[in-house]
Design a protein around this ligand. Structure first.
Ligand SMILES: [Zn+2]
Length: 133
């Protein structure tokens, strides 16, 4: 994905994007206790539009599932890892694991948050293997 293909954001997603400017990964938290991502206008559990806020998602995750893509794509040099990452809140985030050893990434691996800066100051959340685990 090139920078030009990334959404500029709207009234629902702008708080999430703004947090990336400070290199903070957030998820939506509802007053009912539910956490969700991507940002939505209402909570998918209780339907409330008023109880939603952005909550820090932390700096770590765990590989829930992953695959190695062997064809290059805009912004990606093959082979690269696409992973569904489980955050501590239980939210799943589709991202990339940046590593010299893509075929070594496995379900259950601990990950550490990293960022890919965008030209406009925002950033995309990526992950790296967490070797301190
Ligand atoms: Zn809710």
């Amino acid at each position: 994905m090139t920078d030009a293909e990334i959404s500029p954001g709207d009234e629902v997603t702008t708080p999430w994007w703004d947090a990336t400017r400070q290199r903070r990964l957030t998820v939506q938290a509802c007053a009912c206790g539910h956490h969700q991502h991507p940002p939505r206008a209402v909570c998918i559990r209780c339907g409330s539009a008023d109880g939603l806020s952005q909550a820090d998602a932390g700096e770590h995750g765990v590989v829930d599932s992953c695959t190695v893509v062997e064809r290059p794509a805009p912004g990606h040099t093959a082979p690269y890892v696409v992973a569904r990452v489980r955050l501590p809140s239980g939210v799943l985030l589709l991202s990339n694991v940046v590593t010299e050893h893509p075929y070594d990434v496995a379900v259950g691996d601990r990950l550490r948050l990293a960022w890919r800066p965008l030209a406009d100051g925002r950033a995309l959340p990526l992950f790296q293997p967490d070797r301190k685990a």
